[in-house]
Write a protein that binds this ligand. Structure first.
Ligand code: ACM
Length: 559
């Protein structure tokens, strides 16, 4: 037992910034106030016009101030500029320095991204009402204590996975999450677009992928053990213009959208749409439907040339729509039973001289690794791609704990750490039986705050392969925006601080200080309309009595 000590507020507590900045001091000259008002202009250096636009649409809307472009030296202003090393030291492209005093705010970033993160900090400094979309009161000025901040991210991959396949998230929901990510300085949206239960990406060449593959006649309500079904069709998909809009909206917020097309498992929706993609020599794939249960479907892709060509065509359209250098091809949880029984798959194993079905999966994924690198892109896969050897240059999402990430980094692969035991946000966040549809491990706000992306066992020379961390929010039990919000928040705020801020080792992290800053941050989330889990537990309408998740004291979850 540790003795509780009275908590000393840290220098971060006053401004209550989340994630905590690197260095914050009162100033520039040790005190005073800063304000913006109806006369404030924006002086945007070339390259920062997007940040100025963002400030007008958010802070401008919340304050009611027009924030026009500056003309004239004397106007009170927000100055946006790009300066190569805003901290006076090589801080990386996303670093920024913010100084605010009197009627002047200067945000200097190492790149436009740095300026954008500085603008996010400015919005937090202005107070919770700066997160509303219209002024709640007319104010002569918005004031906050003068401050100087030097800040930069710890990691360059600060990700969130949204699973829009199990339950579709309409376009507006994705745009809203991009705003929520930006407010927390997260910069990678991993969009899980395809799975057994639905295909959400439009593919012009194969219209049945969304035509038949994007909806199911009913849905299991609760997790797999639940006997409840919702007898109502569930579905939806994006249009190509929706995707273009999502990508552009993300880019304006310095967020990369990494698309995931999951192969060769998690593919029943695609097989239901195009039965020839499945193992037709061992299953009657023509009778398959989009899956209406949770878990891992045994129906996986056939390892044939025709399947490879089909997915090359799909990926050609993916590359057209998504500029991301990284393209995720899944590779997780591919049951090998059909391949064991399939003469076609066995003939392929023999023809390629492979040891077994794991080798066949490695060959399948490896094909797309080469295909993507020939096109200047990089394959990302779940850590199962390590079995049988990952493609050269592949990046690994380490989800079954840390071991995959450690092995991959030691072998010279970049890794993104997203261990399910620590940062799966669909898992319950408290042990109480009033948690809505509780699944997985209990991972509290504090647990997430003490998540360490760099595995302690990893040698320093390999740690540079840890690109960063990602929180994954699977959607089997989150059927609408409120449920997604409940699972994501407040834990995503803790995760963002882990990914952005230079925190000490987990045991030394000042969770009391974080909680104190969170009390201000909850007011920001309120203004943003986020249906987070209150620290006191679920509100009555956030509970889901009678809907089964996993037994509270049951074995570790199997997805
Ligand atoms: C996963 O959770 N199957 C990546």
């Amino acid at each position: 037992m540790t003795t509780p000590v009275p908590h000393e507020p840290s220098p971060h507590s006053g401004a209550s910034l989340v994630p905590a900045p690197g260095r914050l001091s009162a100033g520039p000259s040790g005190g005073g106030r800063c304000s913006i008002d109806g006369a404030t202009t924006i002086e945007a250096a070339p390259g920062t016009e997007g940040v100025a636009r963002w400030l007008r649409t958010t802070v401008g809307a919340a304050t009611g101030y027009p924030l026009p472009p500056s003309h004239g030296e004397d106007a009170p202003r927000i100055v946006l500029r790009i300066s190569p090393e805003p901290g006076g030291e090589p801080d990386g492209p996303e670093a920024y320095r913010l100084s605010a005093a009197g009627r002047r705010v200067v945000v200097g970033g190492a790149s436009a991204a740095g300026v954008f993160w500085g603008a996010q900090t400015l919005r937090q400094l202005l107070g919770p009402d700066a997160f509303r979309r219209a002024p709640v009161t007319v104010r002569d000025a918005w004031e906050f204590p003068a401050v100087t901040i030097h800040d930069r991210p710890r990691f360059r991959w600060r990700g969130l996975l949204l699973d829009v396949a199990r339950h579709f998230m309409p376009k507006d929901g994705v745009l809203r999450y991009l705003d929520l990510m930006a407010a927390h300085k997260l910069n990678v949206l991993h969009l899980h677009l395809t799975d057994d239960q639905g295909w959400r990406l439009p593919v012009e060449r194969y219209p049945r992928l969304t035509g038949a593959g994007s909806w199911r006649p009913r849905t299991k309500f609760g997790h797999r053990a639940s006997p409840l079904w919702e007898e109502k069709p569930h579905g939806g998909h994006y249009t190509r213009d929706d995707i273009r809009e999502i990508v552009a909206y993300a880019a304006e917020r310095h967020i990369t959208v990494v698309p995931e097309i999951d192969v060769p498992g998690h593919s029943q929706a695609a097989i239901a749409a195009y039965p020839e993609l499945g193992n037709t020599d061992v299953v009657d794939t023509a009778s398959l439907t989009v899956w209406d249960d949770w878990g891992i479907s045994p129906n996986v892709l056939a390892p044939t040339d025709a399947t490879l060509r089909f997915y090359e065509h799909v990926l050609e359209e993916v590359l057209e729509l998504f500029p991301s250098r990284y393209v995720h091809v899944g590779g997780d949880e591919c049951p090998k039973d059909q391949w064991r029984r399939s003469p076609t798959a066995q003939a392929r194993i023999a023809e390629l001289g492979l040891a077994d079905e794991d080798g066949l999966q490695a060959w399948f994924v490896g094909h797309f690794g080469r295909w993507l690198s020939e096109r200047g892109r990089r394959l990302v896969g779940w850590d199962e791609i390590l079995q049988g050897g990952p493609p050269e240059g592949a990046t690994v999402s380490s989800w079954r704990g840390r071991a995959g990430g450690v092995a991959a980094a030691r072998a010279g692969h970049d890794v993104v750490m997203c261990p399910e035991q620590e940062v799966y946000l669909d898992h319950r966040q408290a042990p109480g039986d009033d948690e809505p549809v509780p699944i997985g491990w209990v991972r509290t706000l504090e647990d997430v705050y003490r998540f360490e992306p760099v595995p302690p066992e990893l040698e320093p020379e390999h740690a540079r392969h840890v690109l960063g961390a990602q929180a994954n929010l699977w959607s089997e039990v989150t059927e609408d925006q409120n449920r997604v919000d409940y699972q994501a928040f407040p834990r995503l705020a803790a995760f963002a601080e882990v990914a952005w801020s230079a925190l000490p080792a987990p045991a030394e992290r000042d969770f009391a200080d974080f909680e104190q800053r969170m009390s201000a941050h909850y007011r920001r989330l309120d203004a943003l309309g986020v249906a987070y889990r209150p620290p006191t537990g679920p509100l009555p309408w956030q509970r889901r009595p009678g809907v089964r998740g996993r037994p509270l004291d049951g074995p570790p979850p199997v997805r």
